[in-house]
Write a protein that binds this ligand. Structure first.
Ligand code: AMP
Length: 208
């Protein structure tokens, strides 16, 4: 299973991706999580990406493509993978197409007014990358590893607006891109989480 999740920030890509990967035993590749880890560890790549991520912009295609290329070579990707937050530009999608084939691109569609509300309630685990929403989980430590949850710097309202604008300008064209290749499936992401999950799983069962 070679999957891509498309959708604006706050659509629920990370939450749904975690569940899909657990269900099918495939690797969850979140370029956002990878960048946050690099930034936390203060690596050269993390330092290069920091200002752009914190402003809500997109990190350069070269950096991201290099990162994903290496990640796809790791052994856990042999059973399959789900790319969450990549590709985000046509150049990234072209590069991905030259690295591997894709079976399905799932577009999680959510209207803009819902996104801001969703993002403002988001909490993250700094250690394992798990994501939570205050409306569904009211503890301040991670259910999986016990670390104290935090609010992402780029979840602040002014940064969120930049991230949505970057999505609309650079990433939305990928909907047509994958549609033209006959790979696109769209699910309504404003339904309750469990319903979105069931709809995604129903699409993916067809690939088995
Ligand atoms: P995410 O966790 O997917 O929302 O990503 C957080 C931030 O990391 C984004 O707002 C971008 O600044 C950066 N980022 C993540 N994935 C990519 C990508 N594929 N291309 C460019 N920038 C990215």
């Amino acid at each position: 299973m070679h999957l891509v999740f498309l959708g604006p920030p706050g659509a629920g890509k990370g939450t749904q991706a975690e569940k899909v990967c657990a269900r099918f035993g495939i690797a969850h590749i979140s370029t956002g999580d990878m960048l946050r880890k690099e930034m936390r560890e203060g690596t050269e790549l993390g330092k290069q990406a920091k200002a752009v991520v914190e402003a809500g912009g997109l990190v350069s295609d070269d950096i991201i493509i290099g990162m994903v290329k290496n990640r796809l070579q790791e052994p856990d990707c042999q059973k399959g993978f789900l790319l969450d937050g990549f590709p985000r530009t046509i150049a990234q999608a072209d590069a991905l197409g030259s690295l591997t084939d894709i079976d399905m691109a799932v577009n999680i569609d959510v209207p803009e007014d819902v996104l801001v509300e969703r993002i403002s309630g988001r909490r993250m685990c700094p250690d394992c990358g798990a994501g939570y929403h205050v409306s569904l989980y009211d503890k301040d430590t991670c259910e999986k590893c016990g670390a104290k949850l935090y609010i992402r710097d780029d979840d602040k309202p002014e940064t969120v607006r930049n991230r949505i604008a970057a999505y609309q300008q650079k990433t939305q064209p990928l909907i047509q891109y994958y549609s033209e290749k006959g790979l696109l499936q769209t699910v309504c992401g404003s339904l309750p989480m469990e319903q979105v999950q069931a709809n995604i799983l129903a699409l993916l069962e067809k690939l088995q």
